[in-house]
Write a protein that binds this ligand. Structure first.
Ligand SMILES: [Zn+2]
Length: 330
């Protein structure tokens, strides 16, 4: 059998392939996991397998359905996603789902809807989808992607079959970068470690230098903030909050830095992500204790959630920055 081009998550791949062969694909599937861990890649393979016209070894990649899907023209497939990096998923985007599913399939035996970033759905949008989930037509399949089931309505989670994708071992990420993306082994190892097991991030960083550079400058900004007094931090917060997007990514990067601080506090250096910033990390470890580090980590996680629920960005960033310890030596 031709393998699906998915790095890692093989238990999920096996389960979904069997479900396709046995025609036992759930009407509602919820794939969760951190950003860039591989949710889209897995979902796209599943959709292709569900629509492929070959007799077996789906998706074949060459039949008319596979080609139509690849060019974005399959009439029985609908993708719904927020209109922008930080935008909410609105009720007006969910309404067409119901209309799409109300008509029987045109070419395949099923109709498939993929809804991405569902943690960003408004309550109205989530409730609208719930109605569809309650009585789906026999040919209808919904695939929801979200970072965390805890951010969704429990009624939606309970009506879906959930697949939880976890970060991959960094060895697996490094091997795939070398064999599939022809990255030089030393660089592959470094990117794999920094990726935190998120294959999509590692590939982006390997193919677009700015992904890696953006992470480095985000870390440098954090270090600069730690050395700033309160009035300067207010100014920094204002500038940061006014940037239209990238704030979610900034928070995620800062979390990885503070997780490293926590690892060093517990003398667990093997799992360290930002080895090249070790001196800075050690300065922060010397100026904080575990309690304070955990406080900063939970403040960052809190800010991530607040960002999803449309909180005032300026207040959110100010609160976060004023909460960070002041470390002159950082
Ligand atoms: Zn095919």
């Amino acid at each position: 059998m031709k393998p699906w081009p998915v790095v890692g998550h093989q238990w999920a791949v096996q389960g979904l392939r069997q479900a396709v062969v046995r025609d036992e694909i759930p009407h509602a599937l919820l794939i969760t996991g951190p950003a860039s861990v591989g949710k889209h890649t897995l979902a796209h393979q599943l959709v292709a397998a569900m629509l492929c016209q070959a007799d077996n070894d789906k998706p074949c990649g060459t039949c008319l359905a596979c080609r139509k899907l690849r060019s974005g023209n399959h009439p029985d497939y609908l993708v719904v996603e927020p209109e922008g990096a930080t935008a909410r998923l609105k009720i007006d985007q969910i309404r067409p789902v119901e209309r799409f599913l109300a008509l029987t399939p045109k070419e395949a035996t099923r109709k498939v809807v993929l809804i991405s970033d569902f943690e960003r759905a408004t309550i109205g949008a989530a409730n609208a989808l719930l109605k569809t989930l309650e009585e789906p037509p026999s040919y209808a399949h919904l695939i929801l992607l979200a970072t965390d089931a805890d951010l969704l309505l429990s009624t939606i989670v309970s009506r879906s079959q959930q697949i939880v994708l976890r970060p991959l071992p960094s060895r697996l990420v490094a091997e795939a970068l070398v064999s599939e993306w022809l990255v030089e082994p030393g660089l592959a190892e470094r990117l794999a470690r920094i990726s935190g097991g998120r294959m999509g991030w590692a590939v982006r960083a390997a193919t677009h230098a700015e992904t890696y550079e953006r992470m480095q400058s985000t870390l440098e900004l954090l270090v600069a903030i730690l050395g700033q007094d309160l009035p300067t931090r207010f100014e920094t917060a204002k500038a940061l909050a006014s940037k239209s997007d990238g704030l979610a990514e900034t928070l995620e990067t800062w979390l990885t830095f503070w997780r490293d601080v926590l690892l060093l506090h517990s003398h667990n250096d093997a799992a360290l992500m930002h080895v090249e910033h070790r001196r800075t990390l050690e300065a922060v470890v010397g100026a904080t204790d575990v309690r304070r580090t955990v406080q900063v980590l939970s403040a960052l996680e809190h800010a991530q959630l607040a960002l999803l629920s449309n909180a005032n960005r300026q207040l959110l960033v100010e609160g976060l920055l004023l909460d960070m310890p002041e470390i002159a030596a950082a």
